[in-house]
Design a protein around this ligand. Structure first.
Ligand SMILES: [Mg+2]
Length: 291
């Protein structure tokens, strides 16, 4: 069940962060004091849509193939809300040249959809397949390393790792592609253990760049490994709230004994339950997982 919980965790984080995406911590505090629940009506953004499009592509083809993932994105372009700058640019290139291989793109669009690879692939195949999936739109090593960090963390969480092992797996995954990002994650977790998370985020950042958003995710889960605490903290810190809360939710939702409020599961299922069920069915077929 932990894979299914990780799926719900990702979508719920995305939905909680959606209304305040791009706002600063101060702006959120002025308008909402503290976000503690969905600001209705809850809706997903590009994060959840693209994560499940990756899953659909892998299901249809049976392997992770960057060209097929890119084709799935292109086919569903109009259904992807609030698409990020790197993805939008790459899809424009791919529309005119199916052989386009991105070499740039430092934003967090590869990391946000990386949980799909962890849901679908065995742990030992996660890094290789996350690199392949990332290359559908993102070519910069930091963006790809960020995706590997998130995918490895989700993979370990859904396989029963505790928070310390999950963070270590994320650092290890990042280091396979970018030692700089791996170091940044380690430093961010250490900083958050010494000062308040709000102060740590002033140094780490929480914007759309992978070098900010992915270390922020690990600082948050180090401090708040509980699902509800983690996603709400991510939302209230501001910045790229939907993506950071979505990644936090995918990791902490998948952890053993994670508790996701049942009202949030119901609201999420009412909105995107069919999409999650389709991916869950695919995961069961590919991994032979039984509930
Ligand atoms: Mg988004």
């Amino acid at each position: 069940m932990s894979i299914l919980h990780s799926m719900y965790g990702q979508a719920i984080g995305d939905m909680l962060g959606e209304p305040v995406e791009g706002m600063s911590r101060e702006e959120i505090a002025v308008q909402w004091r503290t976000v503690t629940d969905f600001i209705s009506p809850p809706s997903i953004t590009d994060d959840t849509m693209m994560t499940h499009l990756v899953a659909r592509s892998v299901c249809e083809v049976g392997v992770v193939d960057r060209r097929r993932i890119a084709a799935e994105f292109l086919k569903n372009r109009v259904r992807i809300p609030r698409m990020g700058p790197t993805t939008a640019r790459a899809l424009s290139e791919l529309a005119s040249d199916p052989n386009f291989i991105p070499t740039t793109g430092t934003t967090n669009g590869a990391a946000m959809r990386a949980p799909a690879i962890a849901w679908l692939c065995p742990t030992e195949a996660v890094v290789r397949n996350t690199i392949e999936s990332s290359l559908a739109t993102h070519g910069d090593p930091v963006a790809i390393a960020g995706a590997c960090a998130i995918a490895c963390a989700v993979s370990h969480a859904i396989n029963g790792a505790n928070v310390r092992m999950t963070i270590r797996a994320g650092v290890c995954g990042a280091s396979k592609v970018s030692v700089a990002l791996a170091s940044r994650i380690t430093e961010s977790v250490a900083l958050a253990s010494r000062v308040s998370l709000e102060d740590a985020i002033k140094t780490i950042g929480c914007g759309i760049e992978t070098i900010e958003a992915v270390p922020a995710v690990f600082a948050i889960i180090a401090k708040y490994p509980d699902f509800k605490d983690g996603v709400l903290t991510a939302v209230n810190l501001g910045g790229d709230t939907d993506t950071i809360a979505g990644m936090v939710g995918a990791i902490t939702g998948g952890m053993p004994d994670a508790t996701i409020p049942s009202g949030w599961i119901t609201a999420c299922a009412d909105s995107v339950g069919a999409m999650i069920e389709e991916s869950w069915g695919c995961v069961q077929r590919l991994r032979d997982v039984t509930v």
